[in-house]
Design a protein around this ligand. Structure first.
Ligand code: P6P
Length: 346
């Protein structure tokens, strides 16, 4: 791996390989890298807020101390609203679409993002993440973007990525030519290529789901989870359960080790919990680009026709064989009780 392969250099070299690239997407990705560095700095001192006397709504400098997810939202807006790349944006933290300020040039891209997913984990120092999704506009150039620009199927994304703020800060993105991971070197504030051409193992041994909801699950899902737990009875290495409560961290681990993350519909949440436009679509775009799958139980996440900005959707995402298997249980409601289960074990 070439030394000192920074995010800007990697994007620029990627551009040379793809003449159709306009260089604008590169500028967008570089700006997102800048926003990630600023958010990472703040996230990494979150625990110090109380110790350093940053109490309540104002800190020692008399500045307004915002909740970290609002801070992350503001940073994403400030970093992205003036480059002339976007016609409209949308955030998990904002009910309506976000227009580009009148005095800024209106661009031809659309940005949707979850500024800080898993923010309830901040107070207990558990990994959290930022997720972003980029589309080309479909409305008339030169005018402010529209809600329709934001409500496009996931397969139309031109780029997607996430930043996971964990033991280190890692930015993972795809612009349709492979999935690439960069680790932030805090010594000089650069993202350096650490995971080139990421591919998710075809089959994993990790499943991620909130088992506290077990009694609300459909029978097919209950049977699938029991099937995983009995893997050793079939001479297969048993699966292990890993659930951090932060989708970006769980999906990132499964991207590297293999496995499946699930947030299903259940009797209490008929559409699951995760948001389609700025959580499931970008993560599905990345995982499919890395050779995995992402479904809502019936169809590819990326083919779901969006109906509203903050709509929720069930998601089963990860290693191809694992998603194939849960799909079988969800659709065939496999009769697990029979010793010779009809589900073929790979
Ligand atoms: P639960 C965080 O709030 C989040 O959106 C995902 O990052 C995470 O996987 C999930 O919700 C956790 O939800 O209901 O299991 O606590």
């Amino acid at each position: 791996m070439p030394h000192f392969m920074t995010l800007p250099r990697h994007i620029q070299e990627g551009e040379k390989l793809h003449p159709e690239a306009t260089g604008e997407l590169s500028a967008i990705l570089n700006q997102l890298g800048l926003a990630a560095k600023v958010i990472s700095l703040e996230v990494n001192k979150a625990g110090l807020v109380d110790i350093l006397g940053f109490t309540g709504d104002s800190n020692v400098h008399g500045e307004q101390v915002k909740k970290l997810d609002i801070f992350a939202h503001d940073i994403m807006i400030k970093a992205m609203d003036h480059g002339g790349h976007f016609c409209v944006m949308a955030s998990e933290e904002e009910e309506d679409i976000i227009h580009i300020p009148a005095h800024h040039k209106i661009g031809k891209y659309v940005l949707l993002f979850d500024p800080l997913d898993g923010s309830s984990n901040i107070d207990v120092n558990v990994s959290i993440g930022t997720i972003f999704s980029v589309y080309k506009r479909i409305s008339k150039d030169g005018k402010p973007g529209t809600l329709e620009d934001c409500l496009q199927e996931g397969y139309k994304q031109v780029a997607a990525g996430y930043i996971v703020y964990g033991s280190s800060t890692i930015l993972v993105y795809t612009a349709g030519h492979g999935v690439h991971g960069f680790t932030l070197d805090p010594a000089f504030g650069e993202f350096l290529l650490s995971h080139p051409n990421m591919k998710i193992p075809e089959k994993g041994r990790i499943y991620s789901i909130n088992e506290g909801n077990y009694k609300y699950w459909d029978n097919g899902l209950k049977k699938y989870i029991k099937y995983l737990q009995d893997a050793d009875n079939r001479g297969v290495k048993p699966y292990t359960s890993r659930y951090i409560g932060s989708m970006v961290a769980d999906v990132h681990r499964n991207l590297i080790y293999g496995g499946i993350y699930m947030y299903p519909a259940d009797k209490r949440s008929p559409n699951g919990k995760l948001r389609l436009m700025y959580e499931c679509n970008p993560m599905a775009f990345i995982i499919e680009a890395a050779g995995g799958r992402a479904i809502d139980g019936n169809q590819r996440i990326l083919e779901v026709k969006p109906t509203s900005l903050h709509q929720r959707i069930p998601i089963f995402i990860g290693s191809k064989d694992d998603v194939d298997m849960v799909e079988k249980f969800l659709k065939e409601d496999v009769d697990f009780s029979k010793s010779h289960t009809t589900v073929k074990v790979h």
